[in-house]
Design a protein around this ligand. Structure first.
Ligand code: C2E
Ligand code: MG
Ligand code: MG
Ligand code: MG
Length: 274
């Protein structure tokens, strides 16, 4: 190929890279203002008892309505919020809003809130929880915090200390995305978890993969021997749910049981069901 071709290609890549950097920069700027501009909202996804089909709780899932880009997925903006530190203020808003909204529900279901490792390490979570529970009047037993194993990598001893403080408030702790993180067994042995959330990738593959079924079964057995209930994430079909029922999974969550949706519809749904 000719030298001019190569030069053209290099300048094309440079332009692309510059565009990507500028786009990201704009997104970072926008993220910094999103909270004040009221661009965040919470959607809620139902968590059900596998044996009875009864609703046991809802997980709060953050949504960003960007004025130009439209809806931006948390999978995209949470990592940016973590890198820039915005996650501290955003996470505080999520916790306060989820707890406040839960007090207006018709039925006193549990509310699960995701906590970022960055938030956990850099903010005073027990202090924040105490304030939010007092302000909103939400009984601590109704609150469930979902954390991932990456929360414990930096400082295990400190993490354990904080988790114990959280438990002392009466709030429950769930380990999220179990099976895809680091040091899963050690985490379960060392930390006071009330629930294991097995990652959706295992649930989804269980229908067609015997390896995925074996992993789901062994996590369920592990939960039973440790006395910790297991929730299966990402249940998309009736077949997957039937498998979980046969295997004795305690709770389930996924599109088959209900998609994440805003509060108003959910409250109506609860009112109708209740
Ligand atoms: P997660 O906590 O593991 O949440 C489950 C994700 O799976 C959600 O994606 C949910 O919409 C999606 N999901 C639920 N059922 C199904 C299903 O049947 N099939 C499939 N394919 N997906 C399903 P979402 O809402 O996009 O959130 C992605 C991740 O972003 C969450 O994973 C969580 O790690 C993070 N996140 C969401 N909201 C918050 C928040 O308020 N704070 C923090 N720190 N992280 C959040
Ligand atoms: Mg979660
Ligand atoms: Mg998860
Ligand atoms: Mg996840």
């Amino acid at each position: 190929q000719s030298k001019t071709d190569l030069t053209h290609r290099i300048s094309f890549y440079e332009a692309e890279m510059e565009r990507a950097i500028l786009e990201r920069y704009a997104l970072v700027q926008d993220l910094g203002r999103a909270l004040d501009l009221g661009q965040f909202a919470l959607h809620y996804q139902v968590q059900k008892c596998v044996a009875t089909g009864e609703t046991v709780g809802y997980e709060a899932l953050l949504r960003w309505r960007h004025p130009r880009e439209g809806y931006i997925s948390p999978a995209v903006f949470i990592p940016i919020a973590e890198e820039t530190g915005h996650i501290i203020a955003i996470g505080e808003w999520v916790l306060r809003t989820a707890c406040a909204e839960a007090t207006t529900w018709e039925l006193p279901h549990r509310i699960a809130v995701n906590l970022s490792p960055v938030q956990f390490i850099n903010a005073d979570i027990p202090g924040l929880l105490q304030n939010v529970l007092m302000e909103t009047g939400l009984p601590p037993e109704r609150l469930d915090l979902e954390i991932t194993e990456s929360t414990f990598i930096a400082d295990k001893a400190k993490a354990l200390h904080v988790l114990r403080q959280i438990k002392a408030l009466g709030v429950s702790l769930s380990i999220d995305d179990f099976g895809v993180g680091y040091s899963s067994f050690d985490t379960l042995r060392s930390f006071p978890f009330d629930k294991i959330k097995i990652d959706g990738c295992f649930t989804r593959d269980a229908e067609h993969s015997s390896e995925a079924r074996a992993i789901v079964r062994s996590v369920l057995a592990l939960g039973r021997s440790l006395g910790i209930p297991v929730l299966a994430e990402g249940v998309e079909t009736g077949e997957q749910l039937a498998f979980l029922r046969i295997e004795g999974c305690v709770e389930a969550q996924g599109y088959h049981l209900g998609r994440p949706a805003p509060m108003d519809r959910k409250r109506t749904a609860i009112a109708l069901a209740g």
